[in-house]
Design a protein around this ligand. Structure first.
Ligand code: NAP
Length: 500
């Protein structure tokens, strides 16, 4: 079956490409398809606006921890960033502007919650079902689901008995009045360190339940002046030069993360100095000082977190939670603390981002069965047994050191080249060869074995079997090189059947 290059009138007609998600990944893919004149695609989005993680995470203090000049599409620089590390509303607005500017609206289907995608081998089409019973069909399925989109909740004794207010940082209830309340926060990760300083200003009391203190570096943030913004507008090359400089300075971190973890001793000293400088109380200093190798878990940046912890209305509690009661939390030392509102800063299901029964490939195999030893793909994109499925932000494409948008754009270029190759060669199906995927992953795991993330801490980067299924091991330009061209020789391919 050949496809019309235009967007069909009827959503149930088979399309060339279906994209799921409108974060940087899904939206970026849609824009690039459109730029290439490939308009026979739809973008399915469960929410009612674009933005992915930058729409969902709206907690007070939410901002990017990668400089915005780099954390943005290469083809769409934004001279208007107000700070070096833009706050969430600006990033969300940027993505909305991108969707608008590149004419993605006719392709967007909001309120379209995908519950299942199944590969129909006979038709060589992906059949995608939504919660409200609609079915979409496409030759290629591009999953831009995000690596960190399913909130993770702790398993705590008695949690179901809790009668106060409770929500996850990714589902912040802005209607809840925090003023004067007794707030319990569980978790001290990237999200919590951003919202705790904001809570501290409003709440009566903040009890911060910390299981593992993170390493935190000073945040080199500042306002971008009106003059600078005018300069970036007038001379885009100036902003481009800053983007390049940021890229290469962040890339330098790979030396410590992967090539020689001993190098991490230097930034560790800076992080220790940061604690000493911002916290005077020796007991609090001791509580927030990590005891694992710097870099093993995600290194965070903040200038307002430690000062907030040092305030009189914040307690850092390191005794484990024994039990949650109707209106309180009891810790292992027997102390019971009253709670009005419980906020989960407990992160996301990075290791099992998809539920069972969501994606079925060749032979009706559930993706989770193909991934019984943990998520695995070729170049984080293609999975043997799942023809014509392309994942964005798939296994081992995450970063601990630089901008995910760079990785996403690399993957988008690869998928675009795959789709172009399929069209040019009249292919109905491409499926990565099992041995290509196995060789790629063996090489990657070997590199990851010597990296700082394998130095013994417990993090969401590594699964229960000790396999790192989330991070790309090394320089991002190597990923870009590897994804520059779709290599058909790495795939089994079938030609479109021609009828006489
Ligand atoms: P996270 O980094 O995974 O942190 C979760 C926190 O919850 C950790 O402190 C963890 O402790 C704690 N926790 C989890 N389960 C617990 C339990 N059962 N009992 C007690 N504590 C528990 O999650 P996050 O802060 O939401 O961030 C997730 C990721 O999102 C980040 O790593 C980052 O990639 C991304 N993010 C990015 C930005 C940005 O600015 N770009 C901002 C926020 C988030 P342990 O350490 O002991 O497991």
């Amino acid at each position: 079956m050949a496809f019309d290059a235009r967007l069909p009138q009827d959503d149930s007609a088979p399309l060339s490409t279906l994209i799921i998600g409108t974060g940087f990944a899904g939206l970026g893919m849609a824009i690039r398809l459109k730029q290439e004149g490939r308009t026979d695609f739809l973008v399915l989005e469960r929410a009612d606006s674009v933005g992915g993680t930058w729409r969902d995470n709206s907690y007070p203090g939410c901002a990017c921890d990668v400089q915005s000049h780099l954390y943005s599409f290469s083809f769409e620089p934004n001279p208007e960033w107000s700070r070096m590390f833009a706050p969430q509303p600006e990033i969300k607005a940027y993505l909305e502007r991108c969707a608008d500017k590149y004419g993605i609206a006719p392709h967007l289907r909001f309120g379209t919650d995908v519950v299942q995608a199944r590969y129909d081998e006979d038709a060589q089409l992906w059949q995608v079902q939504t919660r409200d019973g609609r079915v979409f069909k496409a030759r290629a399925l591009v999953a831009g689901l995000g690596g960190l989109s399913t909130p993770a909740y702790p398993q705590l004794k008695g949690l179901e008995k809790f009668k106060g207010k409770a929500f996850h940082s990714a589902e912040w209830d802005h209607g809840y009045e925090l003023q004067g309340k007794r707030i319990a926060v569980i978790g001290t990760g990237a999200s919590a360190i951003q919202f705790v300083p904001q809570l501290q200003k409003r709440a009566g009391q903040v009890d911060l339940y910390q299981r593992t203190p993170p390493w935190i570096m000073p945040k080199p943030d500042r306002r971008i002046s009106a003059l600078e913004r005018a300069l970036f507008k007038r001379f885009p090359l100036a902003q481009q030069a800053i983007r390049e400089a940021i890229y290469w300075s962040l890339e330098g971190r790979v030396l410590g993360f992967v090539l020689n973890p001993k190098v991490m001793k230097l930034p560790e000293q800076i992080a220790r100095w940061h604690i000493r400088r911002q916290i005077k109380d020796p007991a609090l200093r001791a509580k927030v000082t990590p005891d694992f190798a710097f870099g093993c878990k995600r290194v965070l940046i903040s200038d307002d977190y430690y000062p907030a912890l040092a305030q009189a209305n914040v307690d850092v509690i390191t005794d484990g939670i024994r039990e949650v009661k109707a209106k309180s939390i009891v810790t292992s030392d027997g102390v019971e603390r009253p709670v009005d509102c419980l906020i989960y800063g407990t992160g996301f299901k990075a290791q099992d981002p998809l539920p069972r029964g969501a994606i079925f490939g060749r032979g009706g195999v559930d993706l989770l069965d193909a991934w019984k030893d943990g998520p695995e793909a070729y170049l984080g994109t293609s999975i043997h047994g799942f023809p014509n499925l392309f994942m964005l932000v798939g296994p081992n494409t995450g970063l601990g050191h630089s901008s995910m948008v760079y990785m996403i754009e690399s993957q988008i270029a690869y998928v675009l080249d795959a789709l172009k190759t399929m069209t040019a060669k009249g292919l109905s199906e491409v499926e990565v060869k099992a041995e290509v995927q196995a060789r790629f992953n063996a090489g990657m795991q070997k590199q990851l074995g010597g990296a700082i993330w394998a130095s013994g801490c417990k993090s969401w980067y590594v699964n229960a079997q000790g396999k790192n299924t989330t991070l790309w091991p090394g320089f991002t330009f190597r990923f870009r090189r590897a994804t520059r061209h779709f290599k058909l020789a790495d795939y089994d391919a079938q030609k479109v059947a021609t009828t006489a």
